[in-house]
Design a protein around this ligand. Structure first.
Ligand code: ADP
Ligand code: ZN
Length: 743
């Protein structure tokens, strides 16, 4: 065993000696123990990072505990990296609990939680410094006008960096130099935060008086904050009912208590409007807002982490991984659009940020607000059973009506393009009235596939067994999973036929169809393809806000959270596609998407309307969405879940076995299922079956679904899974997905 290799300096002591338990940031099943060299004993405490020997290499770890024990030949720790714990005790406890819940190695959990610059011994992030200028108490008036202006501004502000001063006064170097010479300014070098978020905030916004519903919600928040108790609540509010305003005021109260706030959003790039509202509201010097997003460099992330840990940040806004932000006295966690699938991490440690929010809040006695117009079935069920408080905002602010929704039945009809005449007509009317329209088609590219008219062949990705999407703009076929690209062939490889046609429509084709139908209209498209470039998404949002776009088409990105008061028509082009997925949550997802997109209409002064094209007009996901009736949808859906033992009535764990050799994966999966069947008291073992994506990036995937009415037997069964996994050859990988979303 390489872990026991005898490289040690110093003698094993016969006396009890301090021993550190260390979670090494590697996929090990258990933490390891190390002896602490006398020189390092002072510095070691739980939560600091250390470098330890692991086999023949050195690895990074986090100290979990220090205790006295018998040192019989333990290896010695090499180095201590932090003077202060990088992970405060309650954050560390939370992560240990999370690792146990998800049955994932603690070292890997810590690696996921820490920013990249802090989780590897090879990346070292340089600490940058900058000069900060501060006025001295001198009462002398400087001679120059510019000098007086700069000084007055600085007196108001207290202290500012060169960059901040330069943003107000172009080329300030000479002035600053002179003011320092006159001893009217002092200078100091300070650690510089690489911080792209502290740009000039948007104009201040006024805090409106809460409505009666908002007031009720806020009272409960205040009461729980005052009692400093764990208080989970579901804030169920129709679109435009003022949920964000409740978050803002609840957070303001939390800051007033001297505690901090964490705001989770499904995807930060898609929520610039929400971020702007926070920055407009919290502008005081002691209310710093940090936004964590994927565009941050390692250095920026590292600096943000340290500033948060020092308590310098009052509000952290970020996507799912922000749940790990080390806020020292967290008082409230907001999970906006809590039903969104984006909160679930799809690979590695497959955590769900909403569920972790509940776990974390429990540990630090915080309030959690789960906000949504279409709560996840599990969240609503918890509210129903009293496990979380239920707060409802049942009306739009200022009594604005919800839009009128009509279903356009396509069954038995043949359309010439993607749009039914009813929708074309509605678009024409909206254009004539100079009002904005939004069209949802949840499929990007020109066409979902290229079809041979002669033999019916389509083209699949060689790595993923998924049809390749046709892009007219690039004249290529592309895989949406692995980005494999090929030129469209001239001839069908199966039959030699030469009529290969794009079949079906994606957003690219819809844009073309609209441009032909409405030559004068200003049309824009929002999907992953058009928003790859930095700032592109923001540009589209501004285009909508300024009225420079008449029709915005896009994938589900257009449905998310935007507040465009000018939109009075929403059209849904293909509502059924998501209903046909072989997943017990497909109705829930379809209902949520339709409700969300419908909610974009009529948010301003003029009322909105919604047209949904569908082949399944009688499906309850559509009829309930058309009536804005969440409760009716929930009742139907929950009955079906109860019958089949699906969440919230049962618990699931999905085991995904993958490898390069299909036959090997299949036979090993069968072996595992058979072994589990023997010991599965209280657990249903379903499968093995090919995953919905049976091949992904060249790897074959099989799944075994474990289902049980309670969690303990499920977790007991995982012990057997672990034992089996230890014997697995390296070519195979077994992933354990607790509470899976995609199956
Ligand atoms: P949601 O988050 O539920 O979609 P918002 O919080 O964005 O709703 O509120 C919708 C609109 O109503 C926003 O423009 C917001 O500024 C405004 N608003 C919210 N609460 C109030 C209030 N109490 N009085 C007046 N306007 C409000
Ligand atoms: Zn592929």
């Amino acid at each position: 065993n390489p872990l026991d290799a005898p490289t040690r300096v110093g003698e094993p002591s016969p006396e009890p000696a301090p021993i550190a338990t260390v979670a090494v940031l590697a996929p090990l099943e258990k933490p390891l123990s190390y002896a602490i060299p006398p020189l390092l004993r002072e510095q070691i405490q739980p939560g600091v990072r250390v470098v330890v020997p692991l086999g023949r290499r050195r690895a990074l770890g986090v100290v979990l505990e220090v205790a006295c024990g018998k040192d019989d030949g333990l290896r010695l720790l090499d180095e201590v990296l932090d003077a202060q714990p990088l992970l405060p005790p309650d954050l560390l406890n939370f992560l240990r609990r999370a690792a146990a819940y998800y049955h994932h190695p603690l070292g890997e959990v810590l690696r996921t939680a820490l920013p990249a610059g802090l989780s590897s011994i090879t990346t070292r992030v340089a600490i940058l410094t900058e000069r900060l200028y501060r006025p001295t108490p001198s009462s002398v008036v400087p001679p120059g006008t510019r000098q007086r202006e700069v000084l007055a501004w600085l007196r108001e502000r207290g202290e500012a960096s060169l960059a901040e001063i330069a943003a107000q006064f172009p080329a300030p170097h000479a002035v600053l130099k002179r003011l320092v010479e006159l001893e009217m300014l002092s200078v100091r070098e300070a650690e510089r935060r690489r911080d792209p978020f502290f740009a000039a905030p948007p104009p201040a916004d006024a805090r409106p008086t809460p409505s009666a519903d908002q007031q009720r919600a806020l009272e409960l928040v205040l009461e729980s904050l005052a009692a400093r108790r764990f208080a989970p609540m579901l804030l169920h509010g129709v679109t435009g009912s003022g949920k964000t305003e409740v978050y803002l005021q609840a957070i303001s109260a939390t800051l007033g208590q001297g505690r901090q706030a964490l705001v989770l959003v499904p995807e930060i790039a898609l929520t610039p409007q929400l971020v702007a509202r926070f920055r407009a509201r919290f502008r005081d010097a002691d209310q710093r807002v940090a936004v964590l997003h994927s565009g941050l460099s390692d250095g920026e992330r590292y600096d943000a982490w340290r500033a948060i840990a020092r308590g310098e940040i009052s509000i952290v806004i970020g996507a799912r991984s922000a749940i790990f932000a080390p806020l020292p006295d967290l008082g409230i966690i907001v999970v906006d659009e809590e039903h969104e699938a984006g909160y679930k991490q799809g690979e590695g440690w497959r955590y769900h940020a909403r569920d972790l929010a509940l776990l974390r809040a429990q540990r630090c006695a915080a309030v959690v607000i789960l906000g949504s117009a279409t709560p996840a079935m599990t969240s609503f069920h918890r509210a129903r059973t009293g496990a979380t408080a239920y707060l409802s905002l049942s009306e739009r602010i200022l009594g604005r009506p919800l839009p009128e929704v009509s279903l356009v039945d396509l069954s038995g009809r043949r359309l010439s393009g993607a749009l039914a005449p009813e929708l074309v007509e509605a678009l024409a009317e909206n254009l004539a009235r100079r009002e904005q329209s939004l069209l949802l088609l949840n499929r990007r590219g020109f066409a979902p596939f290229l079809l041979c008219r002669e033999c019916g062949a389509t083209f699949r990705c060689p790595n993923c067994e998924i049809t390749l999407t046709y892009y007219q703009s690039h004249r290529h076929l592309r895989c949406h999973y692995c980005d494999y690209v090929q030129r469209p062939p001239q001839q069908c490889p199966d039959c030699g036929g030469t009529s290969l046609d794009p079949e079906g429509a994606g957003t690219e084709r819809l844009e073309e169809e609209l441009a032909a139908a409405f030559p004068g209209a200003r049309i824009a498209r929002m999907d992953r393809d058009t928003t790859r470039r930095k700032g592109a998404h923001q540009g589209l949002i501004e285009g909508m806000e300024l009225g420079a776009i008449d029709i915005l088409i896009g994938t589900q990105m257009v449905a998310k959270g935007h507040d465009f008061p000018g939109v009075t028509l929403v059209g849904v082009v293909g509502a059924d596609a998501s209903l046909n997925f072989p997943d017990f949550r497909s109705a829930e997802r379809t209902f949520a998407l339709l409700t969300q997109v419908a909610g974009r209409a009529g948010r301003g002064e003029r009322p909105g309307r919604v047209l949904i094209q569908t082949y399944a007009p009688a499906h309850h996901a559509l009829t309930c969405a058309a009536r804005h009736d969440y409760l009716a949808f929930y009742e139907q859906e929950i009955a079906f879940r109860r019958d089949l033992g699906y969440p919230p009535f049962g618990h699931l764990i999905n085991l995904v076995l993958s490898g390069n050799q299909p036959a090997q994966v299949e036979s090993r999966a069968a072996e595992l299922a058979a072994e589990l069947d023997q010991v599965s008291a209280g657990v249903e073992v379903l499968g093995p079956a090919p995953c919905a994506l049976a091949r992904l990036r060249g790897r074959t995937r099989f799944q075994i679904l474990l289902k049980a009415a309670a969690r303990p037997p499920l977790h007991r069964l995982l012990a057997a899974v672990d034992a089996w996994r230890r014997k697995l050859p390296r070519t195979l990988n077994l992933a354990i997905d607790v509470d899976p979303l995609d199956m």
